[in-house]
Write a protein of this length. Structure first.
Length: 582
């Protein structure tokens, strides 16, 4: 049977890629002639030709999002959720052949019934957790019979944005975010807040809890414009989330600045010292401008997370002072919290006549919060923190091999412990913060270790294929690609299924990669990008040794897990044996 297969998931990431491979393989086993159109960021989309469409006897669509189907008018077509295709690809194709209906030229209507949900996902980097948690919520909600639309607030801005109509029709709002997001548009709706990690790992529990525990959100916006969420919501967004919000807004500055500085090194490591040259101009853009904004932006958006827009001005002023005083990223973090809580206190606690209320956001809060933050930074915080930063920077830049290896082990193990969770983000934020003081070694160790879990799982599925079922083998291929892109979350499906074996294997490989990176003296100027950064001249120092560190760590993880992994048959036998003993 000549069949056209389309796969598409809301994020355009792993599920679409995995489903395409599984369905192609299942079609071949059935003896069908199949062509696949995979809508995924992991490979370019190759649309069907008109000749392929004309010859097709069946069109099957495994999708968790809307797909343009008018081109298949007059063809037998079957469409269902992508998760069903992943669970049993061969049976799903056979069901498609039996139940396919002639396509009329318009997309099938959305399923009716169930609860109407809308959601937002947002993580600090806006890359992996943002989209993978959106994908998990989409697929699980549809499997539960609910209607859902998820807005992703990633590194490229909001995608699949919620309209006022979507929000008005929703029965519940799920906010799966590790950073602060604007909730003002959900005023009067039932809102439930959680993390992207929770939504990714336990989407069904997240949806069930949201429906049971969501609370009415009242956006207490004031006429002054000092908008505030309700107190319960701000209480839930604690210091850790405020810090991650600042890191999220700072990252684009670091990425852009680091890569532009690397480009200036193409002309020679010290070529930028010659005024009027292109190298000097690139260094001015990357170092004197982008990197100079790192700490003010970090501080400003920590304050924004705490106090909303009134916190930005005092936060950035405090961050600029931290930078000029030499207090570095630690001073920036302190000034952000000082400015944020000062601005929030002024917005909430200082009474003003209604006639003067409008002066609060443009005069009262910026003036007094900036004064308070600035004076504390200059007379109390700046000097001691600058001394700490100088000591730490000198230590990091001049530490011996033993200390470098130990630091690499710690960073590497933390990066692989929870793969995008709080421990991972703490190590990553520490490494990114050091870039402001031109300390690039820890950043190299962090990225090397962060690539190991997903790469290692891909290697394990190749080394011990017989121990992995078909779905796991395909997941391993996708995981390997994600690992190359420095997306540790590719290993999460394996860790969720077998944490006691996967996590230690990843931590050992990650610690080794981090230790080797530090031992080899590798330095990384950009905090993200994975394999793509390797092709930018001078973005990485000690490039070949750095690649070796990543490869060794990934291979160790892959070999360890391939040895420790138990096949489904072995696990079933062990379970039966345990039951017999009981």
């Amino acid at each position: 049977m000549k069949t056209l297969i389309i796969t598409a998931c809301p994020s355009g990431m792993a599920s679409s890629y995995m489903a395409a491979r599984l369905l192609r393989q299942a079609a071949e086993e059935l003896g069908w002639q199949a062509a696949v159109e995979c809508h995924s960021q992991l490979e370019p989309v190759t649309p069907f030709t008109q000749a392929q469409i004309n010859d097709a006897e069946l069109v099957v669509v495994a999708s968790g999002t809307e797909v343009e189907l008018a081109r298949f008018a007059g063809k037998r077509l079957y469409k269902s959720d992508i998760q069903q295709a992943l669970n049993g690809p061969k049976a799903w194709l056979q069901q498609a052949a039996e139940q396919a209906a002639t396509q009329s030229g318009s997309a099938p209507a959305a399923a009716s019934g169930g609860v109407r949900l809308v959601a937002i996902t947002a993580c600090p980097t806006g890359v992996a957790h943002t989209f993978m948690s959106a994908e998990a919520l989409n697929e699980t909600a549809r499997a539960m019979g609910h209607q859902i639309k998820v807005e992703t607030q990633g590194s490229v801005g909001a995608q699949n944005a919620l309209t006022q109509g979507d929000i008005a029709a929703a029965d519940c709002v799920i906010v799966a975010a590790d950073i602060e997001v604007d909730l003002s548009r959900f005023d009067g709706k039932r809102v439930y807040r959680t993390s992207t990690g929770q939504a990714l790992k336990k989407p069904k529990v997240t949806i069930e809890t949201a429906l049971a525990e969501a609370k009415m959100y009242q956006h207490q916006g004031q006429s002054s414009g000092a908008a505030q969420g309700d107190k319960d919501d701000k209480k839930q967004a604690g210091p850790y989330q405020h810090l991650l919000t600042g890191v999220s807004f700072m990252l684009p500055m670091v990425v852009a600045g680091g890569l532009i500085i690397a480009l200036s090194f193409v002309f020679g490591i010290e070529a930028f010292k010659e005024e009027g040259t292109l190298a000097a101009a690139l260094m001015q853009i990357g170092g004197a401008s982008a990197f100079a904004l790192m700490i003010p932006v970090l501080s400003g958006y920590i304050a924004y997370s705490i106090a909303d827009r009134p916190g930005i001005a005092p936060g950035m002023i405090g961050g600029m002072l931290a930078s000029s005083l030499g207090a570095g990223f630690i001073g920036g973090i302190i000034s952000g919290f000082l400015a944020g809580y000062a601005a929030r206190y002024l917005a909430r606690k200082v009474p003003m006549p209604k006639s003067l209320e409008s002066l609060k956001p443009i005069l009262i809060i910026p003036l007094f919060a900036s004064l308070f933050t600035g004076l504390v930074m200059i007379y109390i915080v700046g000097g001691p923190v600058a001394a700490i930063m100088n000591t730490m920077t000198d230590f990091l830049n001049n530490m011996g091999s033993a200390n470098a290896v130990l630091l690499g082990i710690i960073i590497g193990a933390m990066m692989c412990f929870d793969m995008g969770g709080p421990v991972n983000k703490a190590a990553y934020a520490f490494s990114v913060g050091l870039l402001a003081s031109e300390t690039y070694g820890p950043m190299a160790a962090a990225m090397a270790a962060g690539m190991v879990p997903a790469l290692g799982m891909g290697i394990a599925t190749f080394l011990a294929r017989r121990k992995f079922n078909t779905n796991e083998q395909e997941a391993g291929k996708a995981s390997f690609v994600l690992g190359l892109c420095f997306i540790s979350e590719g290993a999460i499906p394996f860790a969720a299924r077998d944490p006691l074996r996967v996590i230690p294997s990843c931590m050992i490989g990650g610690a080794l990669a981090g230790a080797l990176s530090m031992l080899f003296g590798a330095k990384l100027l950009a905090p993200h990008g994975g394999i793509f950064v390797l092709f930018i001249p001078n973005a990485i120092q000690q490039l070949l040794w750095y690649v070796l560190a990543i490869a060794v760590g990934a291979i160790v993880t892959g070999v360890l897990y391939s040895v420790l992994k138990r096949s489904d048959a072995e696990m079933l036998a062990a379970g039966q044996q345990a039951a017999a003993k009981a």
